[in-house]
Write a protein that binds this ligand. Sequence first.
Ligand SMILES: *Cc1c(COP(=O)(O)O)cnc(C)c1O
Length: 386
Amino acid sequence: MHSLDEFATAKLTELESNQLRRSLVDSTRVGGIWVERDGKRLLSFSCNDYLNLSQHPAVIEAAIAATRQHGVGSGASRLVTGNYPLLGELEARLAALKGTEAACVFGSGYLANAGIIPVLAGRGDLVLIDELAHACLFAGTQLTRGASHIFRHNDVAHVEELLTAHRANYKRVLIVTDGVFSMDGDLAPVAELADLARRHDAWLMTDDAHGLGVIGGGRGSSFAGGDRADVPLQMGTLSKAVGGYGGYLCASRPVVELMRNRARTFVYSTALPPASAAAALAALDLITGDPALVARPLAKARAFTRALNLPDAQSPIVPVIVGDASAALDASALLQDEGFLVVPIRPPTVPAGTARLRFAFTAGHPDEAIERIAALVREQVMAESR
Ligand SMILES: *Cc1c(COP(=O)(O)O)cnc(C)c1O
């Protein structure tokens, strides 16, 4: 065997023996909440399409119209000839929603984080990052080639301790966290972190991938407490509640202008396809125009946590932790037999020993289905893992 294939095969065998090998399953989404797999229709609790906007007629029509007008691709990076006018319109809308001076759209959320963080921190600087932050925030942090410390999840006192001990040794300090944690569904203490950052001359960046459209009246985790928390760097994605694809940073005008000049994933990557920008604009119309729709995913998640006597959901994401990877696989298979798709989440996506079922609730999930799956989880999954 070629040494390359030997290498790949050995790696896969190792994953397999730890029950961590993953594989792709053809999944056809139907009508927002259903997924067809192997000819079987399952009610999905594993889509981040919280408002079901990926399938909304107005959003689809906007994408088609933009494709007819501008074509399927943007043809170049934005600094060359890829800057079709919908992108500026989208940035103005995002900035207005988040209450910032400006915004900068990237190709995806992952690309945004990989681009933004190394612009703001380099050698001689420090990044403080929550231990449960999303993988692409860690990827961006590594690209800085500067120092980093991981702080205990949502532990403001630990951040303060690190700032007190280390702030003076670095020129610039960036504090990085998810606004809504993608695998746990809890919110970051954004207002406290903002206050701490201000006092220590550090810069706070939140990743609001799971906040926009569902938390804080749809404006995201910086608005969860009612007032706007002072977060100078609000990053997010257009691929979850917004239903399409793309990433963004909402920030001050100089910061956004710097990104357009220096963020490598902005400068050296082709602009978002026109259909994605148009779809996001249409989706933002629906998000800002329909507070009842925006409130629904969290209300559905709370119905589920109440039925299971779990602490009240803080977001549409609710984890049910079962422990090891094989228990998560078994629990998922059991629910699949009952017609529900709840994909098991295993290490390295989550820490070892915390494999889980991750439930994502959307506006369109029927209440009876939530009651039924809660009963199954209570009787078959939680009883087993006790
Ligand atoms: C999904 C996600 C991303 C990545 O966004 P994409 O647009 O899918 O690349 C970044 N951060 C968090 C917290 C996420 O959940």
